[in-house]
Design a binder for this molecule. Structure first.
Ligand SMILES: [Zn+2]
Length: 495
């Protein structure tokens, strides 16, 4: 039950019982200024009054009996209204949103759809001329109507009906939301270094999707990873090979060494172990010096090899080599070097990983960011920096490079050691973890499952940007998004 506080001179409005028949409605301008928006919203929720099963009465126009054609409801579904009381047609847009002076002054044909109602059934073209061009009073009223509709859909508890009838509006709002969210992210990035992270995955509709995120360090020294969109255009080129590489680096090196050792010395122990296992479970162990029998093929066609060769060369070496190759591909010499240099910045355990030579090497790898002069200054800065760090309480208990960056900014040491800080920013923007991208795909599953699976890529991307970047999105006032939406709208109309 909607009741509202009234001032003394104000007539109480029963919002649930506003006259539905357009012929019986008082002018919107006759209501109190404080009630109008509520009344507009109520009519907007109901939509145009279209009594489709009414027996429309005949009227003699000239010599011919004519009447309202219910097909016109289909021709102008969004605004046309029929009054049973007056046997006349009205316009919902213009009733609700046409400016007062235009409603009151002209009593001509233009406003008949708001005033006494149109009933010249012979002239359907008058309906078209009522709509007019994109600048017409009707279209201006229509725009206001849709803006109001959007507010309902987006920011309030919209009725299911409105949500469903306005998918196009929703898409456009999504697009405005995403654009504004991205604008905030871009502003925050300023001209800092950034990396673009790309990851590929299949969504529930088995379409390959590519998530794109940026990683950068903001003014407070914080590492920020932001999701910026999704596309399915690239795809197979990129493989999922990025894990938390820095932490895995040492393990990788160990793994490589162990694989190499296994290749050289591992065969005999492995064979022994397998044989022992087979004996326990009474499985027959083939004689390594017997001729190897290929399964499914005749003995004649297969090459004359013994079991030893087959198991050792064809299986054991092949598997080990594949593993080594895979590891080498993923962790090439150059990227391994780069990452090992990066780990030297790690502040854990009183900066034990610190290695000046490697840090200078890291700067050399980024020659566009560090000139020869920079490299020399860096050498000095590092020497002072490490003493400073190891003797300052606020730095000795840090455990990650990200925390180090934040603490440096907080203590304004990023100004004291600008080159060291530059190195840290560089290290932090390296795509060592793809948390954002991972997040994008799990969010995509939610959104795609909950909504329909057939969604345009653009809409999906827009939804995801706002959904994943909730914090950024929440910081944007609704008005900003509405303004953006209006700009798009008017641009589209002027086309
Ligand atoms: Zn109109």
């Amino acid at each position: 039950m909607e009741r509202f506080l009234k001032r003394k001179e104000r007539v109480e409005i029963d919002i649930d019982n506003l006259p539905a028949d357009p012929g019986l409605r008082p002018s919107i301008w006759s209501y109190d200024v404080n009630d109008r928006d509520r009344i507009r919203r109520a009519y907007l929720l109901k939509g145009p009054h279209q009594p489709k099963n009414h027996q429309f009465p005949q009227t003699r126009i000239g010599n011919i009996a004519r009447r309202f054609n219910s097909k016109w409801f289909e021709d102008f579904p969004d605004w046309i209204e029929y009054s049973i009381q007056k046997d006349a047609v009205f316009c919902l847009y213009c009733y609700l949103f046409k400016p007062q002076e235009q409603v009151n002054t002209s009593r001509g044909s233009g406003d008949i759809f708001v005033g006494e109602g149109f009933k010249n059934w012979k002239h359907k073209e008058k309906l078209l001329s009522h709509v007019g061009d994109h600048n017409s009073a009707h279209n201006k009223a229509r725009q206001k109507y849709h803006n109001e509709e959007i507010k309902k859909v987006t920011f309030e508890n919209a009725s299911v009906k409105l949500k469903l009838i306005a998918p196009k509006v929703q898409k456009e709002i999504c697009s405005a939301m995403a654009a504004e969210t991205l604008a905030v992210i871009m502003k925050d990035m300023n001209d800092s270094y950034f990396t673009i992270l790309v990851d590929e995955s299949r969504d529930v509709s088995m379409k390959e999707q590519l998530a794109i995120a940026v990683r950068y360090v903001d003014k407070l020294g914080q590492v920020i990873e932001r999701f910026i969109g999704i596309t399915n255009e690239l795809s197979q080129a990129l493989q999922r090979s990025d894990q938390d590489i820095i932490n895995a680096m040492k393990l990788v090196q160990v793994a490589k060494q162990r694989l190499q050792m296994l290749r050289e010395n591992g065969w005999e122990p492995l064979l022994e172990e397998v044989s022992r296992f087979c004996n326990v479970f009474e499985v027959e162990v083939p004689n390594m010096n017997s001729k190897f029998k290929t399964r499914g093929r005749s003995v004649k066609t297969s090459a004359e090899i013994i079991n030893f060769h087959h198991y050792r060369v064809d299986l054991f070496y092949t598997v080990v080599d594949m593993q080594l190759l895979e590891l080498n591909n993923r962790f090439s010499e150059s990227s391994t070097e780069l990452l090992l240099c990066v780990t030297c910045l790690n502040p854990s355990d009183m900066f034990t990983a610190y290695d000046k030579r490697k840090l200078i090497r890291l700067a050399e790898l980024y020659s566009t960011d560090f000139s020869m002069v920079d490299l020399m200054s860096l050498d000095h800065q590092l020497s002072t920096y490490i003493i400073d760090m190891r003797t300052s309480d606020e730095f000795t208990s840090l455990t990650s490079i990200a925390a180090l960056a934040k603490q440096l900014v907080k203590a304004k040491k990023n100004i004291v050691y600008p080159l060291v800080y530059r190195l840290i920013v560089l290290a932090l923007t390296l795509p060592v973890a793809t948390a954002t991208v991972e997040r994008a795909f799990s969010a995509m599953k939610i959104i795609k499952h909950r909504l329909r699976s057939k969604m345009g890529d653009a809409w999906l991307s827009d939804c995801l940007v706002s959904y994943i970047e909730k914090e950024v999105f929440d910081s944007i006032p609704n008005e900003v998004i509405m303004q953006h939406y209006h700009k798009i709208q008017s641009r589209m109309q002027s086309l």
